[in-house]
Design a protein around this ligand. Structure first.
Ligand code: NAD
Length: 246
């Protein structure tokens, strides 16, 4: 097993990519802290995974709120004693064309997708430094690399995540902590279910593999970056997009 006895926090694990990642990590031997603000769904999914024999626990968190993040990290440390892996996966969209985008929706996406990643990473840092090792994996998007119509706020955060990833890879490498990002293309989750069918058809035209990605495609990339197989990978942005960005 590739993550035997590793403790992993996965944010946004109540659904979509994060939930699939929780299952993939648990199957590889990790003890998984499923962190999300959707308590009902998160508790239920964690219960289902435990019934399959996996070591997972749900922790309530709002990544945009520092106190909530600190409390979640404290509880994970109390339960598992260490943190080896942080997957900053929680994210939201509030799409609108620039002329119609409200300041509130601009800020809400920044609070979760950018400040949330900062909060979670800073909160786990002391535990990882004390351990002398750690893996931090951030979730960017093709939108952050090449922009996307109607996603001023989202693209800004996902580009910002790349900047933070590379900065932290430089700052934390000497402490034994690898920091990388995954940039998904268009993945079949609740997030893309909101996109109108016509827009989705146009988006599909851009994908050389001619299909949407599955949550597992991204979970497997997280797994690679969390496992010993990527020991010498640091500061990279792994595109998992079916070839959109070529
Ligand atoms: P999703 O909407 O299916 O799941 C996101 C999860 O994050 C939900 O469980 C939600 O409750 C949780 N969440 C939202 N705000 C939170 C907060 N403040 N605190 C804690 N939890 C919170 O989305 P997904 O498609 O699985 O996306 C996962 C990640 O992948 C996101 O960062 C997203 O931006 C990124 N991504 C997704 C796609 C795609 O096509 N689906 C493409 C590129 C990047």
């Amino acid at each position: 097993m590739r993550l035997q006895d590793k403790v992993a926090i996965i944010t946004g694990a109540a659904g979509g990519i994060g939930l699939t990642a929780a299952e993939v990590f648990a199957r590889e031997g990790a003890k998984v802290a499923m962190a999300d603000f959707n308590v009902e769904q998160g508790e239920e999914r964690a219960r289902e995974l435990r019934q399959q024999g996996y070591d997972v626990t749900f922790f309530q968190v709002n990544v945009a709120d520092r106190q909530s993040v600190d409390e979640m990290v404290e509880k994970v440390l109390a339960a598992y004693g260490k943190i080896d892996i942080l997957i900053n996966n929680a994210g939201i969209t509030r799409d609108a064309m620039l002329s119609k985008l409200s300041v509130e929706d601009f800020q809400a996406v920044l609070d979760v997708n950018l400040t949330g990643v900062f909060h979670c990473t800073q909160a786990v840092l002391p535990a990882m430094i004390a351990n002398g090792s750690g893996r931090i994996i951030n979730t960017s998007s093709v939108s952050g690399v090449y922009g996307n119509v109607g996603q001023t706020n989202y693209a800004a955060t996902k580009a910002g995540v790349i900047g933070m990833t590379k900065t932290w890879a430089k700052e934390l490498g000497r402490k034994g902590i690898n920091v990388n990002a995954v940039a998904p293309g268009f993945i079949e989750t609740g997030m893309t279910a909101k996109v109108p069918e016509k827009v989705m058809a146009q988006m599909l035209q851009m994908v050389p593999l001619a299909r949407l990605g599955k949550p597992k495609d991204i979970a497997n990339a997280y797994l690679f970056l969390a496992s010993d197989e990527s020991n010498y990978v640091n500061g990279t942005v792994l595109l998992v997009d079916g070839g959109i960005m070529m």
